[in-house]
Design a protein around this ligand. Sequence first.
Ligand SMILES: Nc1nc2c(ncn2[C@@H]2O[C@H](COP(=O)(O)OP(=O)(O)OP(=O)(O)O)[C@@H](O)[C@H]2O)c(=O)[nH]1
Ligand SMILES: [Mg+2]
Ligand SMILES: [Zn+2]
Length: 398
Amino acid sequence: MKRKIRVDFRKNRSKPARDKTWTRGFEEHKFENDASDHGERVRTKGELSRKRTIVQDPSQLTTESTTAGELPSVDTDACFPGRVLRVHGLYSIVETDNGYHVGCSVRRLLKTLATDARHVVAAGDRVWIRLAEGAKFPETTEPVVAPARASNPSELPFQGVIERIQARHGVLGRSVRGREHVLVANLDQVFFVVSVVEPELKVHLVDRYLAAAQRSGFPAIVCLNKIDLAEAGNYQRLVGGWERLGVEVILTSARTNLGISRLKNLIHGKISAFSGQSGVGKSSLLNAIEPDLGLRVREVSEVNAKGKHTTTTNELIRLKGGGWVADTPGVRQFDIWQTRAAELEGLFADFCPFVSLCAFPDCTHTHEGRCAVRGAVDRRLIHASRYHSYLGLLQGRE
Ligand SMILES: Nc1nc2c(ncn2[C@@H]2O[C@H](COP(=O)(O)OP(=O)(O)OP(=O)(O)O)[C@@H](O)[C@H]2O)c(=O)[nH]1
Ligand SMILES: [Mg+2]
Ligand SMILES: [Zn+2]
């Protein structure tokens, strides 16, 4: 899933002229006339060119920025490699490759290199740590097996300092007030969990995720949960539509265990994240995969308490069957962080056959005449809801 090349030919593109000739879809959906006043996230290239000189790693889900600056060198004889399981502000829990959990602060130099001091390290980061003065791991010839989940940081017998953070790939992030916030790093795949009901399925959220996956090179996997609560007729057409887009769809129920063995096979030996709105059942699915995990799940009585996630940390959990999973708090939306308007069309795979047929090479498929994409929408070759998702993303709309 390589990113589209065509956008690079549009070097001199500027903000598309926007006038009153909006399409019906815009008017019907009350899109704003000019997104720039509304914190738009999809920006034109001119505004972005300065930022985009950063080396881009296509395997990242939402952004190109990673660990800031150069990596300080470390004395590998005195340091231990490990993986960050959980972050509590500037303090994190690292599992060393030799099997110990260590509570770690971050070396001052790394903090100054980072652009956002609150998020110097993220769950999933590969790091080198130095143990506190005088501390030593016990000498043993037996392999040490760390617990699946990190316990309370203050109870950890080992303390240390993170000396170095390796470059990241496969980042799950979102933007918070225009700044990138890395949720989990070094992922192989992200399962986007939605529920058929409770909460109601939001098709636009799936499209947003699919665009983010397309941009990053992550495989597009949608997990449609709570199948036990719905009639097949209610979701079959949707699933068919996603499958035609090349999306892997897994029908699951944490209640009846439908699809759980398939999920188990897919996460085996990999580092995966479960993401999606609050209440869709991410923690429930992980508990169904490995009952010992005992992740906190929202009680039915709490379901109406809106705006609060049951899962509040991003945590990496080791699976007995091999592999890691991150149970992330529900992500309200996937920001396609700083995606150029011209790049966006390339993230909608179903638009591709038509894009090159538009009369204007820099067509944004909004108001331009002889637009093949809008023509395809009219002829139902592109689903109208996909087109509206595109418009929504173009406008930086939720
Ligand atoms: N009927 C049914 N209920 C489910 C299913 N999966 C989860 N639930 C219920 O949905 C509610 C929310 O589940 P959670 O696992 O806490 O959801 P979550 O996605 O982890 O939510 P956050 O941690 O807030 O992001 C709980 O009451 C679960 O019992 C399912 O497959 N079928
Ligand atoms: Mg949860
Ligand atoms: Zn067009």
